[in-house]
Design a protein around this ligand. Structure first.
Ligand code: PLP
Length: 564
């Protein structure tokens, strides 16, 4: 798109100028998780803190009045942006999750009864599953699920079959955060309304990427988060039709939402205040209004067009990589590119491309039922935004290709990695440190960890059981202890290769040791070979969780030995 002002836009987002991992330019493709903030948004929030901050709605002084004005002006900005009939239809929340919980607890508890049904889809984020599940359990209603087809599209026939006299509520995502599917929500809402079904749209992934007009959609509720629309975290919006909001009981009680309080009885404010108990996130609302102004200055339709071009290009390029399979191939597709590569865990790809400066998300993306539907443990998800470029897509594709090569390469087995029998635990750590310190470059140290992972033996299938899973790891890690002649032999494995490399090192130090040896030995090799600085926080947490579990087993076996 020749007239899209990409250079100016990128210049507005200071974080895009930074580098990561020793001067690699940041290629930020994790926008479905959180978007970055433009300088005008940062400035607006900073100005608010420098000049205006105060509590709102109840102060008698100048700052209180200014802060109240700023907050209520933000509400009007949001209302205009999404086509609400009145600012009274805009409730500020903490985010999408908070908004859905509000509707499930207020509208849901008042209107959904025993035997009723709540409809969701197979592609929902956990935020749009769990609150409804909880509601159904509380009131004795049933949760029904509209399936998706192999392309990741909403299945109309099933939807129409499931819509029935007991259906009270439909909660559906506008755009799937994992598949990128854009749901035809207008038609879906129309069909629901023919059955008197109230509809909530989860707009977390849509609001920054396409024109949203709640009047055109005719949805009953629409929710989104500030941090997914280039605004601050901790602020979000629940839009609700005023007629519905008026009839709903409050969700939380406290200051600001009441008219009168007596010990015998409290009366409540009208919406939106009835649903905003306590001091709200005023600076967040100010930042949200500023980001809406920013988006409007670029034009949401132009943004959508730019992202559509990147999406088409990205899918074409990614599909050229051997063994790569897109998860989510809907015809109506937003800029969320989810994929897996045969034989390589998503976690490993994420970790390796991060070294190239490419930020993506790996995992189940809070859509575990969808992972099950597509029979994958995790995907790599790259997601674009208004500041993304074709060059960034090229860097992503190049980095994924390189990661696949690294993971597929093999190298000869080195005998030094086998622990000589009877070697002292500290001596083993020394040898690991020597081996790693002989490799000057961290890229090559990674390669070594990957190689160790590849050669790490698989454990018996019978040990890959829920009860041996180590909690706190991003990938799945099984750790099974076995006491033999006073020593604990561990069998451990992960479904991610790099983690298997770390396991190989841990096993070399800690397996076949006495409980005392395990408990008295700090894993100093981790610091000494530089793992602490070079592992991501998630990996470091995983490593810490494995170590803790190893030590826990040592404590258990020690106490068993003492009592027998
Ligand atoms: C579709 C969808 N719904 C809900 C959420 C939850 O948003 P938040 O964590 O901002 O409440 C997300 C976040 O990723 C999402 O993508």
């Amino acid at each position: 798109m020749s007239n899209y002002p990409i250079d100016n836009i990128r210049g507005d987002f200071p974080i895009l100028q930074r580098t990561v991992h020793e001067n690699k330019p940041l290629v930020y493709l994790d926008n479905a998780a959180s978007t970055q903030q433009a300088q005008p948004v940062i400035d607006a929030v900073s100005r608010y803190h420098n000049q205006t901050h105060s509590n709102i709605h109840r102060g008698a002084h100048a700052l209180a009045a200014e802060a109240t004005d700023a907050y209520e002006a933000a509400r009007r900005t949001v209302a205009r942006f999404i086509g609400a009939a009145s600012p009274n239809e805009i409730i500020f929340t903490r985010g999408t999750t908070d908004g859905i919980n509000l509707v499930a607890n207020s509208f849901g508890r008042a209107r959904v009864e025993e035997g009723d049904e709540v409809l969701i889809t197979e592609m929902e984020h956990h935020s749009n599953i769990v609150p409804w599940q909880m509601l159904c359990e509380q009131v004795g209603a049933k949760l029904r699920v509209v399936p998706v087809n192999d392309r990741g599209e909403f299945v109309w026939d099933e939807y129409e079959r499931l819509l029935g006299p007991r259906t009270k509520m439909l909660a559906i995502t506008h755009i799937s955060n994992t598949l990128g599917t854009i749901n035809p929500v207008r038609d879906i809402i129309e069909a629901a309304h023919r059955h008197d079904v109230t509809v909530l749209i989860d707009g977390a992934q849509a609001i920054a990427h396409m024109k949203v007009d709640v009047a055109v959609l005719d949805c009953d509720f629409y929710v989104f988060s500030g941090h997914k629309i280039f605004g601050p975290t901790g602020i979000g919006v629940l839009y609700g039709k005023e007629s519905l909001l008026k009839g709903m009981p409050p969700y939380q009680g406290g200051g600001s939402m009441i008219r009168t309080v007596k010990f015998e009885k409290t009366t409540f404010e009208d919406p939106p205040f009835k649903f905003e108990a306590g001091t709200p996130n005023v600076s967040g609302a100010v930042g949200l209004a500023a980001t809406i102004d920013y988006i409007e200055s670029v034009g949401i339709e132009r943004i959508a067009e730019h992202e559509h071009d990147l999406t088409t290009y990205g899918i074409e390029q990614l599909k050229q990589i051997d063994g790569l399979r897109m998860i989510g191939t809907a015809e109506q597709h937003a800029g969320i590119l989810s994929f897996v590569v045969d034989g390589i865990h998503a976690d490993d790809i994420g970790r390796l491309i991060d070294r190239e400066g490419v930020a993506v998300r790996v995992g189940h993306h809070c859509t575990q039922p969808l992972m099950e539907r597509f029979n994958v443990p995790a995907t790599v998800r790259a997601s674009v935004a208004l500041y993304s470029t074709r060059d960034e897509i090229d860097t992503l594709v190049h980095a994924v290709r390189k990661a696949v090569n690294v993971m597929s390469r093999t190298c000869p087995v080195e005998r030094t990695e086998v622990r000589p029998s009877g070697e002292d635990i500290e001596r083993t750590q020394d040898r690991i440190v020597q081996e790693f310190n002989a490799i000057p470059d961290w890229e090559e140290r990674y390669q070594k960890i990957i190689e160790l992972g590849k050669r790490h033996p698989s454990i018996a299938e019978s040990l890959k059981d829920e009860k041996w899973i180590v909690r706190g790891c991003q990938s799945t890690v099984w750790l099974h202890p076995d006491l033999k002649e006073g020593k604990i032999a561990f069998a451990a494995e992960s479904n991610a290769m790099i983690v298997n490399g770390l396991i190989a090192l841990l096993m070399r130090v800690y397996s076949n040791r006495t409980p005392d040896e395990i408990l008295n030995t700090a894993p100093r090799f981790i610091n000494e070979i530089g793992l602490s600085q070079h592992l991501s926080q998630a990996r470091a947490n995983g490593l810490a969780a494995m170590l803790e579990q190893i030590k826990n087993y040592a404590v258990v076996f020690k106490s068993v030995a003492a009592s027998s």
